[in-house]
Design a protein around this ligand. Structure first.
Ligand code: MG
Length: 163
């Protein structure tokens, strides 16, 4: 078993769609970023890559590369899942916490869970998505949206060394 953690934050700005875990949320602002800025998907990808020892999304999908300009994070998530699976890992479970003062997200979390499960090709009960605020105390959650994720992978056995 291997565990990974991911964290990300993006700034909220007018004139951008708000996409979280692949679900578009109706809201007056969206997240700024090179891709669709799906902060929750980014945290989940970093948790998966961390657990597999594969680095992070900044290394795999650099924002200096125009190939990733405006890209759907669900496409990147599928890429990450394929890399993790190629090493023989399967997902036990992942848990995502989205931190935002606004908008209220609780009514979308079930949709987010199903969307992630479909892109990862795992049962929805291996994922959990929840949303919280920081009671107005956090700059990241007031001027943007932050997300944490943890993921647990089950591997094919001890890694073979010294080959
Ligand atoms: Mg990001």
């Amino acid at each position: 078993m291997r565990i990974g953690h991911g964290y990300d934050v993006h700034r909220l700005v007018p004139g951008r769609p708000l996409v979280l875990c692949g679900v578009e949320i109706p809201w007056e602002m969206g997240l700024l970023g090179h891709s669709d800025a799906d902060v929750a998907a980014h945290a989940l990808m970093d948790a998966l890559l961390g657990a597999a020892g594969l680095g992070d999304i900044g290394k795999l999908f650099p924002d200096s590369d125009d190939k990733y300009l405006g890209v759907s994070s669900m496409a990147l998530l599928e890429d990450v899942a394929a890399r993790v699976a190629a090493l023989g890992y399967t997902l036990c479970n992942a848990d995502i916490t989205i931190i935002a003062e606004r908008p209220k997200l609780s009514k979308y979390t079930e949709d987010m869970r199903k969307t992630l499960a479909a892109h990862l090709n795992v049962p929805p009960d291996s994922l959990n998505v929840k949303a919280t605020t920081e009671e107005g105390l956090g700059r990241a959650s007031s001027e943007g949206i932050a997300a944490h994720a943890v993921a647990l992978l089950e591997g094919p056995g001890p890694r073979v060394r010294n080959l």
